[in-house]
Design a protein around this ligand. Structure first.
Ligand code: FES
Length: 109
């Protein structure tokens, strides 16, 4: 085992987790509610501001316990911010709120 905590603390300012869970049941799941498009919107927004992977990582996850048929669950850590029902159209406002309009706050978090 390697402890990579310091490495990631130095490299990353935040990590965006987007639920892409698929579920074959009558219960809603993000995978069927546009998760792929929301992940792409998050990555595009960060790439356009040169913050993708350098300062902010993005990972898809399994269920975050915020399931909805109207959009995707998303969490920003270590901000301890949690959202449900996120659509690609919500992403610019959501990320601007978290990181600043030009991702200029990523270094200040
Ligand atoms: S399936 Fe996405 S939060 Fe549960």
């Amino acid at each position: 085992m390697k402890d990579r905590t310091e490495h990631h603390r130095e490299r990353l300012d935040a990590h965006v987790f987007v639920c892409a869970n698929e579920r074959e049941s009558e219960h809603a799941a993000c995978g069927g509610a546009g998760a792929d498009e929301t992940v792409a919107a998050v990555k595009d927004w960060l790439r356009e501001r040169d913050a993708f992977w350098t300062a902010v990582s993005v990972s898809t996850t399994s269920c975050l316990g915020l399931c909805s048929e109207n959009g995707t669950a998303l969490s920003i850590q270590p901000h301890d911010a949690w959202y449900s029902d996120v659509t690609p159209g919500d992403v610019p406002e959501l990320l601007a709120s978290a990181f600043g309009p030009n991702a200029n706050r990523v270094d200040d978090e």
